[in-house]
Design a protein around this ligand. Structure first.
Ligand code: NAD
Ligand code: MG
Length: 400
C-alpha cells in the first residue's frame, strides 16, 4: 500500500459520514478510504463504493449486505462485502487502517467503536452515545491499547483545541482549568411558548436553526438531551467533574465551546457551524488542513448572545446531569430510554414532551449498577429499552 493513511468510516452514509468523505476527498494524497459501512441503505453505500473505491463495505443488516454484494459484483467492483456487528468490528480493526471515524448513531456504535479502540487506532469519535454508555470501560480500552481519541462533536473538539496537550496526563486541575463551558444553540424551540411544545411535529423538531444533522441528534438538540449527553461525554473525555462543566446557551453557534482557566483567561474556539472543521482537525491533528468550510466574516456577525439553560423548558438536560451524578449504568439507562423515546416521537407514536417523561420514568424504574463489565452495560441498555417501550406502547407508567 502507498504511504497514505488508511481510514475506516463507520456510518459513512450519515451526515457525519458524508462530511468526512468530503474532507478526505480534498486530500487524496494523504488519506485512503479502506472501509465504508451503513445500516441498511444499499443504494447509498453502493454509490459511495463507486465513488470512493474502498476495499471493504459493511452493511449491519445481513439481507442488505447480500443485495450490496450482488450489485457490486454486477458492476464489476472488487469490494469485499461483510455483514453485521462482526463485520463492523472487523473493519474497525484492520491492520491497514490507522484512523477510524466512529459515526454510527446511537448504542449500535458501541461495539465497533470499542473494537477500534482495542485495536489501538486513532478514533475520531462522533458517536457520543458509545462514551455515554460505557465511559469508564471505553477510556480504559483507549489507555490500555494505546489508541488516540480525538473528539468530533463540535463542542468537545473546541474544548480539545482550547486545552494544553498535557491535560490528559496531568489532569484539568494541574493545568489550571476552572471550568469547561459547553455551548449549545438551544435548538428550534428555544423561544417557542411552553404550552405549544407538546404539539410540535418531528419536522419542526428536526429543523435545527444552525446545523444540518441526522434526525436522532436533531431531536436531541430540540430537547437539549444532546447537550446532556455532551456533558457526560465531556466528563469522560476530559476527566472533568460535574462541578467543572457548565452549559451556556449561545443561539448563534459561532463559539463552539470554551475553557475557563484559574488566571481568568477564557479560551474559545470559533468557526462557522460546519462539522467539516472538527473532522479536518481530528484527521490532521496536530497539524491543520483545509476543510472546505467558509471562513468567519466578523463584519457580518451582528451579535453573540449567551443565556443560562432553562431546565423547565429542557427537562432532558436536567435528567442527564442527574444520571451522571447517579453514576454506574445510569447514563446507559438514560441513553437507551432516550433512543426509544426519540424514535417513538419520530414515528408519531407520542408527543415531543413525552420524550423527557419516558426517560424520567425509565430512570426511576431501573436501578443503576456499577460498571464492572460490558455485559452489565448491555443488560442495563436492554432493560431500559423494555421499560421505555412499555411506557410508550403499553401505557405502563405515566400515560393513560
Ligand atoms: P445519521 O443518522 O445521519 O447517520 C447515522 C449513520 O449510522 C448512517 O450511516 C447509518 O447507516 C448508520 N447506522 C444507523 N443505525 C445503525 C446500526 N444499527 N448499525 C450500524 N450502522 C447504523 O447520524 P449523524 O447525524 O451522522 O450522527 C452520527 C453520530 O455523530 C451520532 O452519534 C451523533 O450524535 C454524532 N454527531 C453528529 C453531528 C452532526 O452534525 N450530524 C454532530 C455531532 C455529533
Ligand atoms: Mg455537539
Amino acid at each position: 500500500m502507498s504511504g497514505r493513511i488508511g481510514v475506516t468510516i463507520l456510518g459513512s452514509t450519515g451526515s457525519i459520514g458524508v462530511s468526512t468523505l468530503d474532507v478526505l476527498q480534498r486530500h487524496p494524497d494523504r488519506f485512503q478510504v479502506v472501509a465504508l459501512t451503513a445500516h441498511r441503505d444499499v443504494e447509498a453505500l453502493f454509490q459511495q463504493c463507486l465513488s470512493h473505491e474502498p476495499a471493504y463495505a459493511v452493511m449491519a443488516d445481513a439481507d442488505a449486505a447480500g443485495t450490496l454484494r450482488d450489485r457490486l459484483q454486477s458492476a464489476g467492483r472488487p469490494v469485499e462485502v461483510l455483514a453485521g456487528v462482526t463485520g463492523l468490528e472487523q473493519v474497525a480493526a484492520l491492520p491497514e487502517v490507522s484512523y477510524v471515524m466512529a459515526a454510527i448513531v446511537g448504542a449500535a456504535g458501541l461495539l465497533p467503536t470499542l473494537a477500534a479502540a482495542k485495536a489501538g487506532k486513532r478514533v475520531l469519535l462522533a458517536n457520543k452515545e458509545a462514551l455515554v454508555m460505557a465511559g469508564p470501560l471505553f477510556m480504559a480500552a483507549v489507555r490500555e491499547h494505546g489508541a488516540e481519541l480525538l473528539p468530533i462533536d463540535s463542542e468537545h473538539n473546541a474544548i480539545f483545541q482550547c486545552l494544553p496537550p498535557t491535560f490528559a496526563t496531568e489532569g484539568l486541575d494541574v493545568v489550571g482549568v476552572r471550568r469547561i463551558l459547553l455551548t449549545g444553540s438551544g435548538g428550534p424551540f428555544r423561544v417557542t411558548p411552553l404550552e405549544q411544545l407538546s404539539k410540535v411535529t418531528p419536522e419542526q423538531a428536526c429543523a435545527h436553526p444552525n446545523w444540518r444533522m441526522g434526525r436522532k441528534i436533531s431531536v436531541d438538540s430540540a430537547t437539549m438531551m444532546n447537550k446532556g449527553l455532551e456533558v457526560i461525554e465531556a466528563h469522560w473525555l476530559f476527566g472533568a467533574s460535574l462541578e467543572q462543566i457548565d452549559v451556556v446557551v449561545h443561539p448563534q453557534s459561532v463559539i463552539h465551546s470554551m475553557v475557563e482557566y484559574q488566571d481568568g483567561s477564557v479560551l474559545a474556539q470559533l468557526g462557522n457551524p460546519d462539522m467539516r472543521t472538527p473532522i479536518a482537525h481530528a484527521l490532521a491533528w496536530p497539524r491543520r488542513v483545509a476543510s472546505g468550510v467558509a471562513l468567519l466574516d466578523f463584519t457580518q456577525m451582528a451579535k453573540l448572545e449567551f443565556q443560562a439553560p432553562d431546565f423547565a423548558r429542557f427537562p432532558s438536560l436536567k435528567l442527564a446531569f442527574s444520571a451522571l451524578e447517579a453514576g454506574g449504568t445510569a447514563p446507559a439507562i438514560l441513553n437507551a430510554a432516550n433512543e426509544i423515546a426519540v424514535q417513538a416521537f419520530l414515528d408519531q407514536k407520542m408527543g415531543f414532551t413525552d420524550i423527557a417523561a419516558v426517560v424520567q420514568y425509565t430512570l426511576e424504574q431501573v436501578n443503576p449498577l456499577a460498571i464492572t463489565s460490558l455485559a452489565v452495560i448491555l443488560d442495563a441498555d436492554a432493560q431500559a429499552r423494555m421499560i421505555a417501550s412499555d411506557w410508550i406502547f403499553a401505557g405502563v407508567g405515566g400515560r393513560s
